[in-house]
Ligand binder design. Structure first.
Ligand SMILES: Nc1nc2c(ncn2[C@@H]2O[C@H](COP(=O)(O)OP(=O)(O)OP(=O)(O)O)[C@@H](O)[C@H]2O)c(=O)[nH]1
Ligand SMILES: [Mg+2]
Length: 453
């Protein structure tokens, strides 16, 4: 943890909501002395404000009243930062908010830096590092699933899991240390079987956590999804259906879409970064040729393919091309134009684990498609996910080190040799929660926050 004395604990103030015309805007302060500053700029309509009770009154500066606002005070350590805090809920006008902030600065507060409120909460032990990072994720969440994962992490779900695994490793480490310290005297034996059991349990827990990485990234950052298929299969119609607007041009002419058309949509609580692509076919048209090359590239880059087939037409060679592009990939086959008489031989789609009949024209089948996508990627309600690359990398390092220790002990190497690896695993897990982390990492995490957070 960073040294608390590195940071000043004097009162800082910032606008915590966006500086734009809005019904309300919030200016907040944290740090010893901030109550005095707040009260020097505030004339209550009723009695003197007391902590945790909203008080209405005028905020004023040397020139007079600025706003009629609500002031709430919190007393250390019972606040977000763990310090004394004051929060003004003002009318959300730019002039009002600017002048209220200026009044607090003139009365002795310093302008807060980016992420300073959350950083003080971290330094004060109110939040650990993973919980602090989850607050940024909650603010920037692009879907309900992303927000839910962030909220759960901000509440400490990931931190608890990491601490549990870490505690098991610390115990194994202590057993080895006891052996190293006292073995000469023949007092303690490090029991390889019990060490192996502890390490196996920790490795299994880490594997479970690491298995959520891919879905965790999808939940946080969205799922790159390419819609592929032969010309005229209804790819752009599917994009429009999912987007709920006429985002891409749809015509009855095969070869309508030439470029990749991107759109972010929400499906089953997840954010999909959709790419509609040019129909896959051999062509001499130079523009369409480029389009087809881009389709292949989009398919390469996507995590999920929606392979669209035209159910109203017999199978064609172009469908074979689509099929070959799907090999070994995460795919859901969409059997489109279900509103028309069906001509496509369903056996052709036997290679797909999931086939959803759909009409991009009527919307029939859309719910089923959404359900399938959500059931693949959306987390279970209480599932702990690794959503951040920093956390995944640290967990992977912890796993590797624990595995090395396990192998050394299984091979009968002196346990104190394995101790180095166990320690490395413990430290890697400590990086996630911030128990063991460099000041540079802390700096770079909080610099991603904006002022007022
Ligand atoms: N009846 C019916 N027609 C559809 C359906 N989906 C698409 N169409 C029609 O099929 C034609 C082609 O649709 P698009 O969405 O442009 O097909 P595409 O796959 O994007 O075609 P390209 O961009 O040329 O590769 C249009 O006339 C659509 O109206 C459907 O579910 N039912
Ligand atoms: Mg199209």
């Amino acid at each position: 943890m960073p040294n608390a004395t590195d940071l000043t604990h004097g009162p800082v103030a910032a606008l915590s909501t966006a500086l734009q015309d809005a019904a309300i805007g919030v200016v907040r302060m944290t740090g010893a002395g901030c109550h005095d500053i707040a009260l020097r700029c505030f004339r209550p309509l009723g009695r003197t404000p007391v902590p945790r009770r909203a008080a209405v009154g005028h905020v004023f500066d040397a020139e007079g009243d600025i706003d009629l606002a609500v002031l709430t005070l919190w007393t250390a350590p019972h606040s977000f930062t763990g310090e004394d805090m004051a929060e003004f809920s003002c009318h959300g006008g730019r002039v009002v908010l600017y002048d209220v902030l200026a009044a607090l600065l003139a009365a002795g507060a310093r302008q807060a830096g980016p992420g300073e409120f959350t950083r003080r909460a971290f330094v004060g032990g109110k939040l650990d590092l993973a919980e602090s990072e989850a607050i940024i994720d909650l603010i920037t969440a692009g879907s309900r699933a992303a927000a839910r994962a962030a909220l759960s992490q901000a509440g400490g779900s990931l931190s608890r899991r990491c601490r549990e695994i870490r505690a098991a490793l610390v115990e194994a480490d202590a057993d080895i240390m006891a052996y190293v310290d006292f073995s000469d005297e023949g007092i303690v034996q490090a029991d390889p079987a019990s060490l192996l059991a502890s390490l196996d349990a920790a490795i299994a827990d880490l594997d479970r956590l690491l298995s959520t990485c891919k879905r965790g990234r999808v939940v946080r950052d969205g799922l790159p999804t390419a819609i592929i298929g032969k010309p005229n299969a209804g790819k752009s119609s599917l994009l429009n259906l999912l987007a709920g607007s006429e985002r891409a041009i749809v015509t009855e002419l095969p070869g309508t879409t030439r470029d990749v058309v991107g759109e972010e949509v929400s499906v089953g609580g997840l954010r999909l970064r959709l790419m509609d692509t040019a129909g896959l076919r051999e062509t001499v048209d130079p523009v369409e040729k480029i389009g087809v090359a881009r389709s292949r590239q989009a398919a390469d880059e996507a995590a999920l393919l929606l392979a669209v087939f035209d159910g109203s037409r017999p199978w064609s060679q172009e469908d074979d091309t689509v099929l070959s592009l799907c090999d070994g990939r995460d795919v859901i086959a969409v059997l489109n134009k279900s509103d028309l008489p069906q001509q496509l031989d369903g056996a052709r789609l036997a290679a797909f684990a999931e086939v959803v009949p759909l009409s991009a024209r009527s919307g029939d089948g859309l719910d089923e498609l959404s359900r399938r996508i959500a059931s693949r990627y959306a987390p279970a309600a209480d599932e702990v996910l690794l959503t951040s690359l920093r956390h995944s990398e640290a967990a992977a390092r912890a796993r590797e080190a624990a595995q090395r220790a396990r192998e050394a002990i299984a091979a009968g190497v002196e346990p104190d040799i394995a101790e180095v690896d166990i320690r490395e695993a413990i430290e890697a897990l400590g990086e996630i929660t911030g128990e063991r982390v460099s000041e540079d990492v802390v700096e770079s995490i909080f610099s991603r926050f904006c002022v007022g957070k």
